[in-house]
Ligand binder design. Structure first.
Ligand SMILES: C=C(O[C@@H]1C=C(C(=O)O)C=C[C@H]1O)C(=O)O
Length: 455
């Protein structure tokens, strides 16, 4: 970690105070960092108690959480989309450890004008957390990063870190089991209108304007009391153990979900990504479930929908990596649905960072369409929905430019007692609007079940 002259034996808050005092005599050292180990804590609950933070839980059991901000980058206008590649290099030059982890992501459409509902998140948002916690197997590893310039005094700094630490270091709280009653529910757009939109998409494809487009819808639910996001994250994890659970908080609002789809990860010059497209519902009996998966595998419409994603990913990444692409998809089975899935790996040539390659990939035709710019334009003029960060990307990256970004699916924006859940479906020339509506409902279930709401 970064050098500092504060002794190893100091407690977290003593370190914060000492960092501020030392900085007055060594102002050239902008950041002060310290690592320590601690018994595992309830990170979803810590996130719930912190207005600004992020959380990821991985299927293999590791959790990552950032609380508060030592530095924050956020863009509210599409003109100045943040170049995190440049910011990453600046942080390295400032002497921060290359293992320093940032969390954040970006909206689906960088040129979209966002609804008020998404204002807290902006177009893109990355945070270097004041407290970073990585934990697995009952052990937490904590990194404190202090940027003393933000604080008028050591006391100010101690107060800020003290509040964050209080959210972490507290007794286990009982998890509320009862769902919060629903007051009202609103489909955006109403089902019949959404099916008409799917028909329009099909017509545009039949006319040859585009090959595929993913059309989304939203369900807004108002509850009788504020939602507890810590509890929601626990429930999502419990119901969807093979997905990546994410929660991002900005100004007390939370964007959270259980995504099965990796946009891109890069570690040690090896990249991983996937094509995930083509969907069918799970069935109650084992034999019917296996039959449903086989039908999906044999479905010409789903295979074409899937191949559009594989081909786009391969064409985009081939100039930068030696790719291994399986000949045929496999079945990925989740709590509510089966998907067609092609995992793709590759050796990255040169120094391509996560950020630079992810921006080339996003949005894949799994959430946007093909051709990409035509589909984006079609969605802007027809979908009539501000997706915000839904189908955008969320993840973590370190200062070496490594990390993982997921496609923000099976997700909801939660603010107080309101939740907006999103889902979309890949439309091809032969899509049936009724079937697509049904498919969007299976996808919505991941969030609605966690909220205790029947779709
Ligand atoms: C767009 C969503 O999911 C995407 C679309 C899929 C499909 O059309 O079959 C499958 C997986 C995801 O890539 C969503 O969940 O909202």
């Amino acid at each position: 970690m970064n050098t500092h002259s504060v002794t190893e034996s100091t407690s977290l808050l003593e370190f914060v105070a000492a960092a501020w005092e030392h900085w007055r005599y060594a102002p050239d050292q902008q950041f002060w960092q310290k690592e320590f180990d601690y018994p595992a804590v309830d990170l979803p609950m810590a996130l719930q108690d912190t207005a600004d933070g992020w959380y990821f839980a991985h299927p293999q059991g590791q959790e990552q959480c950032g609380l508060g901000a030592a530095m924050r980058w956020q863009t509210t206008s599409s003109q100045d989309f943040i170049d995190m590649e440049r910011e990453r290099l600046k942080l390295l030059a400032a002497g921060l450890s290359s293992k320093t982890t940032l969390g954040g992501g970006f909206a689906f459409d960088a040129s979209d004008s966002h609804d008020e509902a998404w204002a807290a998140f902006g177009h893109a948002r990355w945070v270097l957390p004041a407290l970073y916690i990585h934990q697995s197997e009952g052990q937490a590893h904590i990194v404190v990063t202090v940027y003393p310039k933000h604080f008028a005094s050591a006391q100010d700094a101690v107060q800020y870190y003290g509040t964050l630490w209080a959210a972490v270091d507290r007794p286990q709280r009982p998890d509320s089991k009862d769902p919060v009653p629903v007051l009202s529910q609103n489909m955006i757009p109403p089902s019949s209108q959404w099916m008409a939109l799917v028909e329009e998409a099909t017509a545009a494809i039949q006319q040859g304007l585009l090959h595929k487009v993913v059309v989304a819808r939203r369900v807004d639910t108002t509850f009788a009391a504020p939602l507890a996001v810590g509890h929601l994250l626990h429930t999502l994890h419990h119901h969807n153990p093979s997905t990546t659970i994410f929660g991002l908080r900005a100004q007390g609002q939370t964007f959270l979900g259980a995504t099965p789809e990796l946009l891109l990860s890069i570690h040690d010059h090896t990249l991983e990504t996937m094509a995930l497209a083509g969907t069918t519902a799970r069935q109650p009996s084992a034999s019917a479930d296996a039959h449903a998966a086989q039908m999906l595998m044999n479905s010409a419409k789903n295979r074409r929908e899937h191949d559009a994603v594989v081909n786009r990913i391969v064409d985009t990444l081939r100039p930068y990596a030696d790719l291994h692409v399986p000949q045929a998809p496999q079945i990925l089975t989740l709590a509510n649905v089966h998907h067609l899935w092609t995992p793709i790996q590759g050796g990255v040539r040169g120094d391509q960072s996560l950020w630079s390659l992810a921006l080339k990939l996003h949005p894949t035709p799994a959430v946007g369409g093909e051709p990409r710019t035509v589909a984006q334009q079609w969605l802007r003029t027809h979908e009539g929905l501000d997706r915000g960060w839904y189908a955008g990307s969320v993840g973590t990256m370190d200062l070496k430019g490594q990390g993982s970004l997921w496609v923000a699916l099976r997700s909801a924006l939660v603010a107080g007692n309101r939740a907006s859940c999103y889902a979309g479906c890949g439309i091809m020339h032969d899509s049936d609007p009724h079937k697509e509506l049904e498919e969007s409902e299976w996808k919505l279930q991941a969030m609605l079940n966690a909220l205790g709401v029947k779709s």
